[in-house]
Design a protein around this ligand. Structure first.
Ligand code: SF4
Length: 352
């Protein structure tokens, strides 16, 4: 297990200054593909998205996390939707179990596949036998737009029988009691539902969420956002997400690549990560996303009057950098960005 002093940034901070936390969790995104295209996706997942994290890559990330965090290492398996590649998910968990890497803290699913009770029993029974900790079922108004409520109901009921109630999380249970009927909503009602759900669950406006929901909830001027930097977002991140291509994102900051596990093991990425010495991240660290505006505006970016949050502004600027090819290698991959044509199309769907 690593010590805080093994990190480069921590080595040059003074005693009273905040230190980079040790990464103790890794969300392994096995694919960007997903049968849904939720407006609130932190990435840009959907049926056309792709990517498949090889089993060996996932295992090496897992082993490396254990070098960093020892027995406190916590892995969750996610996507996209990991059940679109169920056999791959099962193979990964089987090999991890054989190697003694410990339990998977959580497998996340949107439940689209849960139509046959016998298949649910078989799949969850198998995953349980190879180290499944908890099943997390994503269910909120954004998922309700794409996923059949009947799938969620049968999955929740069956999973609680197979795994026990304590090992089945529904995010969020309140929407199970009072589901949103999207097909009965007009555009204005849909927008209100999106906004209320986004505010209720204090979700982050990154990825598709920034382009689709952000403008509907935008109430903060750039002057206000100038006071918000991201030092604590990077120093305080308890873990990372790793995408199918090995790109590492700090915490929930999707689309800002701070390393790639195909180039360097995860524990070494943590050891060498100094947010004050990484391009783009250094500006975010000291000045927040407003610090990126000068460069973006000089290149032709036209800021909106208001943004929903600093992450909304951050993603808007990064979308511009992505479109114009700026900061390649840090701003990416394309799976996290909508691209201009898609943004305009989505804006037409969610705006009147
Ligand atoms: S503004 Fe950008 S860097 Fe800062 S926390 Fe949000 S997504 Fe991360």
């Amino acid at each position: 297990m690593s010590k805080l002093q093994d990190n480069l940034y921590n080595q040059h901070t003074r005693r009273h200054e905040s230190k980079m936390k040790l990464w103790r969790y890794a969300g392994l995104m096995l694919t960007y593909r997903c049968p849904a295209s939720c407006a609130f996706c932190y990435y840009n997942c959907g049926p056309e998205a792709d990517g498949l994290m090889p089993v060996d890559t996932a295992l090496s990330a897992w082993q490396s996390l254990r070098k960093l965090a020892g027995d406190t290492a916590s892995v969750h398996l996610t996507g996209g939707e990991p059940f679109v590649i169920y056999d791959h998910l099962a193979e990964l968990m089987t090999q991890a179990h054989q190697q003694g890497l410990g339990r998977v803290d959580t497998v996340e699913t949107n439940g689209y596949w849960a139509t046959d009770r016998q298949q649910i029993v078989e799949r969850l029974g198998y995953l349980d036998s190879v180290g499944l900790g908890r099943l997390k079922i994503s269910w909120d108004p954004f998922h309700a737009e794409f996923i059949d409520l009947a799938c969620i109901q049968i999955l929740v009921e069956t999973a609680r029988q197979v795994l026990g109630p304590a090992r089945v999380l529904v995010r969020w249970e309140k929407y199970l009691q009072d589901p949103v009927k999207f097909d009965r909503l007009n555009t204005a009602q849909k927008q209100t539902t999106y906004c209320n759900a986004a505010m209720d669950d204090s979700c982050r406006f990154t990825g598709r969420a920034a382009s689709t929901i952000g403008p509907l909830c935008a109430d903060k001027s750039i002057a206000i956002l100038r006071s918000r930097n991201c030092s604590q977002s990077f120093l305080g991140a308890k873990g990372v997400h790793i995408d199918p291509y090995g790109n590492v994102f700090s915490g929930l900051c999707s689309g800002i690549i701070i390393g790639n596990i195909n180039d360097k093991p995860l524990h070494q990425i943590w050891e060498w990560f100094d947010p004050t010495a990484t391009p783009v991240v250094d500006t975010l660290f000291t000045s927040g996303p407003a610090g990126l505006l000068q460069e973006a505006v000089a290149g032709g970016f036209e800021p909106a009057q208001r943004y929903a949050s600093k992450c909304h502004l951050c993603t808007a600027v990064r979308e511009f950098f992505f479109d114009t090819g700026a900061h390649r290698g840090i701003i990416g991959p394309g799976d996290c960005y909508m691209g201009q044509a898609n943004r305009l199309q989505e804006a037409g769907i969610v705006k009147e």
